[in-house]
Design a protein around this ligand. Sequence first.
Ligand code: PLP
Length: 402
Amino acid sequence: MPGTELFGAEERKEVNDVLDTGILFRYGHDAQRNGHWKAKEFEDEVKKITGAKYAHAMSSGSTAVATALAASGIGAGDEVIVPPFTFIATIEAVLFVGALPVFAEVDETLCLSAEGIEKAISPKTKAVCLVHMCGGMADMDPIMAVIKKHNLVLVEDAGQAFAASYKGTSTGLFGTAGSYSFDFFKIATAGEGGVMVTNSEAVYKIADCYSDHGHNHEGNNRGMEQHPVLGFNYRIGELNAAVGLAQTRKVPHIREINRKYKGILTEILSKTDGISFARLADPSGDSATFLNLLLPDTEAAKRTVAAMNEAGIGGFNYWYTNMYHFINQWDHLKNMKTASPLTVEVVGAPQDYQHLSLPKSQEVIGRLISFGIRCTWTEEEVKALANKISDCVKKALATAHA
Ligand SMILES: *Cc1c(COP(=O)(O)O)cnc(C)c1O
């Protein structure tokens, strides 16, 4: 949780600016707000880091990915290729815009692979909702070739990959629209918040309206604005935006420290037999929020997890069984437990979600153990951690061979 580690005077200053005026709403009230436009400044800061032409801050990463899909024209009955390894918000966003998720394989990048996408394409496929996982990035050149070949819409959920890039382009900017999360667990937090980015003015304008009941935000009488499309309330408030602004300014610094510590961990651990790492499609673009270890197989990973628990090493995720980020834990999806009927239930699911065959994803996520990188560590702590991890892996692999 790098951002929350550095919560301090800068965040309090931005929040106090808002509290001093009491203007908690991001639009209008020009005379009373004393020049403070935190949501707009937050968006400008995100544009600066990502190079996006347009950025629109919202209430969460979930509403940002839902808006990215809607503003890209994805809706009722559209088949959308998604990964089985992501935070469930991606799948919910696809379902709640009325579209139909089609699960495809991820590979050692921890993201959908070009091969996985291509195998899942049907004549009804409209879009791919690609997720850049664990601070890294998908392998974009081969993926973009598949997207173009099949004339698909690409939307990117870069919820976990703000400030990551591939060959100089930020995650979130390869497709029609992309999204970042600023919830409490990401590289920077707004408390709750999300930002949608795009290089298309048309897509931005729809997102701007869609996330605020259709308001087009032109003129200075909110009650009489035009409403080009129906929308809903996905707005961010000024207090959350103020926190997001101060945090986002710290991201280049956080990323630099993360990369340094991840480098030290990687160097030490690469000397241990049996440890390899998730593949970074562009190592120089890593946001380095996670160190992603790959063990030889699922059993070795499980034994390593047990050894690390026994040794009291915390701060890691074994997504395969311990976290809510892999399809094996999504029983409510498999059993279609919904509060009210979704489009997918009315028109029928494109796959049998209870009996999906995703052997590659099962193999990779079974082997994966991810450590959150902390920018408040000392170098000594980083080295000590690497040695402890190494000991646990050696122990786990020794019992395997016994
Ligand atoms: C965190 C996350 C989200 C959801 O973001 P919230 O701000 O918590 O709504 C969406 N997608 C991915 C990949 C995430 O990691």
